[in-house]
Design a protein around this ligand. Structure first.
Ligand code: HEC
Length: 145
């Protein structure tokens, strides 16, 4: 009886050590991933749509905020719900990609983002600051040829 208890406690100690080192190894292995994501995006947003974006020279103002907060739904490709919905809504009369539209005004963009439309969620100021929204609205409404 005593011997069996000793075996059980020895086994559980071994198990605990193995589990602990597995957890430590996993944490060490994942650390560089977390650091890389943080380094690429110096001001991560708490919104669920947030995507880390690496800044690059020559990007227009507001591009990075747009990519971070909106491209998850408004990027190119049939898998993006915003692009798909707008292509159905306008049937090709205006581009389905917001970044290619020339008719967007900053006020319309800001109203839509703060209030949401259909499955697009409203963004609160705690998720997307006024300054970042101004930058996005300026980017989408910028004058282009
Ligand atoms: C969860 C997905 C999602 C995210 C994130 C999202 N949108 Fe949308 N957005 C949509 C969908 C879907 C529509 C189309 C709604 C409809 O059916 O009219 C839309 C519509 C819009 C429209 C209206 C366009 C028009 O002509 O009717 C604007 C402007 C817009 N989004 C801007 C943004 C901006 C700016 C962001 C980032 C801050 C953003 N959206 C983030 C899904 C999204």
């Amino acid at each position: 009886m005593i011997r069996r208890r000793a075996v059980v406690s020895a086994l559980s100690m071994v198990l605990a050590v193995v589990l602990q080192s597995a957890v430590v190894m996993l944490a060490v292995a994942l650390l560089p991933v977390g650091l890389a994501v943080r380094a690429a995006d110096p001001s991560p947003s708490p919104a669920w749509t947030a995507t880390p974006v690496a800044p690059a020279p020559g990007q227009p103002a507001g591009y990075i905020q747009y990519e971070r907060m909106c491209a998850v739904c408004h990027g190119p490709g049939a898998g993006k719900p915003g692009t798909r919905a707008l292509s159905a809504k306008y049937e090709g009369k205006v581009p389905a990609l917001l970044e290619e539209r020339k008719d967007l005004t900053a006020d319309f963009v800001k109203f839509t983002v703060r209030h949401g439309v259909s499955v697009m969620p409203p963004f609160r100021k705690t998720e997307l600051s006024d300054a970042d929204l101004d930058a996005i609205a300026g980017y989408l409404a910028r004058k282009r040829r």
